[in-house]
Design a protein around this ligand. Structure first.
Ligand code: SAM
Length: 354
């Protein structure tokens, strides 16, 4: 589709990204179309070199606590969407969550991520109490929330209660594509407004997109890159789309692992200090996903710290991994695996360093 790219052109692009410059629409499009194996390997090597310079070979770990799989929304891609009657619903209590934190703290985690569907029963008051409880008991830990779209006042209260970071993937920065992934009750403008609010309130803010979601083109992914350049988030959560049973997209193909890896590298080159996880979705599609993600420039892993009894119920997509190297209690074997490829777990809080 596109002419091959000269090595000298590729080198100039990587140099420009390294200086914090945008490549603009046309060149990003060409870069994302790169298919030459040697050139792809070279770009990933460059991205890894940037990650090595910024973080060394330490990988930050985040203990992921999936606090509820109830959700009022009907995102077409998501396994826990409201209309999926096949999901066995659960919500964790304050005690359950504190128990997860205690276990995580003993294992060495210094960041906890509370993630869940948009569950009206876990309302703003309840969340503020949980945040305050965790921060009182573990003042040396960072707390990340990922509980979707809330009011500006709610975000402000979460911040005052002590939450440090907030993950809210934008999913796609193309408004037309957004409307192909979400029902009419959800709005692109509101998602964007939430992200701007979170940033303005001083949260370390995470945005991000799924790679290969239905209807996505390379142009949409360029929109995502340009949007991320404008937002300048401190974290970017990006993984491949994976079809979930009993959703409108159950029979759609999964996103591409090689394209996800190339995008991780482009993000690392363009945003040298951004906190960039090798996601569970990547490891679900590829057993070597964690290693490949790190080698492409990722520097964060988010092992699952949810109670074992609920893990399989937080089924965002088919065959989601929650055991082995995705399980918090297996952190010892994760460390061994990382050591074998020249990395190690960093037990620091791992805040964004401006
Ligand atoms: N409700 C919160 C929100 O909307 O931000 C957080 C929970 S939501 C389930 C977390 C993320 O899971 C979403 O931002 C989406 O990118 C990802 N996700 C959901 N379904 C997926 C699928 N089928 N494949 C890959 N990722 C998926």
């Amino acid at each position: 589709m596109y002419d091959p790219i000269n090595d000298s052109v590729l080198e100039a692009w990587v140099a420009a990204l390294g200086k914090g410059q945008s490549l603009g629409r046309t060149d990003y499009l060409r870069l994302l179309s790169l298919s030459d194996r040697d050139q792809l390997a070279w770009v990933m090597g460059q991205a890894r070199a940037v990650a090595d310079r910024e973080f060394g070979r330490g990988v930050y770990i985040r203990g992921l606590i999936e606090i509820s799989n109830h959700c009022k929304n009907g995102c077409y891609y998501c396994g826990i969407r409201n209309a999926n009657v096949c999901v066995e619903r659960y919500r964790l209590s304050e005690e359950d969550i504190m128990d997860c934190c205690r276990q995580g703290y003993e294992l060495g985690f210094r960041t906890f991520v509370l993630q869940g569907g948009e569950d009206p029963f876990q309302d703003d008051d309840w969340l503020c109490e949980v945040i305050a409880m965790i921060k009182e008991k573990y003042p040396d830990c960072a707390l990340t929330l990922s509980v979707g779209e809330r009011s500006e006042q709610a975000y402000e209260r979460f911040r005052q209660a002590g939450a440090d970071r907030y993950l809210l993937r934008h999913e796609t920065a193309n408004a037309v594509h957004y409307s192909m992934l979400h029902p009419e009750s959800m709005s692109f403008e509101n998602r964007m407004r939430c992200l701007r609010t979170l940033k303005a309130l001083g949260f370390q803010t995470g945005a991000g997109m799924m790679v290969g979601s239905p209807g996505q083109t390379l142009e949409c992914l360029v929109d995502d890159l340009l949007f991320l350049e404008a937002l300048e988030p401190q974290m970017i959560g990006m993984g491949p789309f994976i079809p979930a049973p009993n959703t409108p997209f159950a029979n759609e193909p999964a996103g591409s692992v090689p394209l996800t890896l190339l995008l991780l590298s482009v993000l690392r080159l363009r945003f040298p200090r951004v906190l960039l996880p090798a996601t569970t979705a990547l490891s679900t599609l590829d057993p070597q996903g964690q290693e490949k993600g790190l080698m492409a420039g990722a520097n964060v892993i988010m092992p699952n710290l949810s109670p074992l009894t609920v893990r399989r119920k937080y089924a965002l997509y088919a065959d989601k991994k929650y055991l082995g190297n995705e399980a918090a209690e297996q952190i010892g074997s994760l460390d061994e695996k990382l050591e074998r490829i020249g990395f190690h777990i960093s037990y620091e809080r791992g805040d964004f360093k401006p």
